[in-house]
Ligand binder design. Structure first.
Ligand code: UDP
Ligand code: MG
Length: 316
């Protein structure tokens, strides 16, 4: 049994060495055969130099792939997964927010036959506002999306080889991994762990990025929002028809009633807004089609010590 660890790193110069030491210590204690696949996601600091040094010192068990620029964590995970040769793969962050000790629990569950073993973090130490917003978001989104998305579940998980192969068989450009993980299915278990603070360096998530991520979650997995547009349109048309009847009947009884500019104005502005919203929604889907049809690689590799690399992120 060989275990592969995939670690996307973006500007993680401050922690990679620490991470490497900790993970090796843990895996050596467990007595498993392992390989580490680091992906430098176009870092602007000394991350790549650190990875090179690690690869020289630890040769066979360390691979690294360095991107030509920042392609995002999802691309990093994809590149890392493509490099893995293990029978099982663990995806983890470089900042030690994903405690390496949990790998032993994951391996045990894997040996019991589970394909996806997910470590879900509690929200201890998060700002209460952020926690509340996240909870609400997941409540709403699970009504909309076909796949189930769970609060606190991130990329920290162990995947069996067949689960990894399933993920790699999905060629889409827009990779919302939370959804992809859920979409592939297989025998899945989740366990909780206490949220840990970042060891060093800083988080790459800004508020705007979170909002974008939230939108991706809503739109990436089905076209139900478009259906909502149809229903809303039908409802509006129904209301308009009913109002037309009321106005006509009133006009026949009492004669024409001229003032009504407030109704008119509200209707024009309201409907205009609604139309813009729906157009934006359609545009969002078309934009996604546009990106998919270009069939661009998910990432470009600048440098690697991994023999399996194709040089560019060609589609599987
Ligand atoms: N990361 C990446 N590319 C990016 C942003 C982040 O590879 O564009 C990596 C980062 O180096 C870390 C992991 O993704 O290993 C999680 O990032 P971070 O700790 O900033 O996110 P948070 O834990 O705050 O959600
Ligand atoms: Mg982190």
């Amino acid at each position: 049994m060989r275990l592969s660890i995939v670690v996307p790193c973006y500007n993680e110069e401050a922690v990679v060495d620490l991470f490497d030491a900790r993970i090796r210590e843990t895996l050596d204690d467990l007595g498993v055969d392992y390989e580490l696949c680091y992906v430098d996601d176009g870092s602007k600091d000394g991350t790549l130099a650190k990875l090179r040094a690690l690869a020289v010192n630890r040769e066979a068990s360390t691979r690294y792939v360095s991107f030509s620029r920042n392609f995002g964590k999802e691309a990093g995970i994809l590149a890392g997964l493509r490099e893995t040769t293990g029978d099982a793969v663990v995806i983890m962050d470089a900042d030690l927010q994903h405690p390496p000790e949990l790998i032993s629990t994951m391996l045990e569950l894997h040996r019991n036959g589970h394909d996806q073993i997910i470590a879900r973090r509690t929200r201890e130490g998060d700002k209460p506002m952020r926690t509340a917003v996240s909870r609400l978001y997941y409540r709403v989104i699970n009504k909309w999306v076909d796949v189930e998305l769970t609060d606190g579940v991130g990329d920290f998980r162990l995947l069996s080889r067949r689960a990894v192969d399933a993920l790699l068989s999905m060629p889409e450009y827009n990779r919302f991994s939370k959804g992809l993980f859920s979409w592939i299915g297989f025998d899945t278990v989740t366990f909780d762990y206490r949220n840990a603070a970042r060891e060093a360096g800083e988080t790459k998530w800004r508020f705007g990025a979170l909002v974008n991520y939230g939108m991706d979650g809503l739109i990436s997995f089905n076209n139900r929002p478009l259906r909502l547009a149809i229903y809303l349109g039908m409802a509006m048309a129904g209301i308009a028809a009913a109002y037309a009847v009321v106005v006509t009947v009133m006009a026949m009884i009492k004669g024409p009633d001229a003032p009504g500019y407030v109704t008119l104005l509200v209707a024009i502005v309201g409907l205009g807004g609604l139309q813009m919203l729906m157009l934006g929604l359609i545009g969002e889907y078309i934009g996604r089609i546009y990106y998919e049809t270009k069939r661009r690689p998910h990432f470009l590799v600048k440098e690697t010590n991994a023999p399996r690399s194709f040089g560019v992120g060609v589609q599987a």
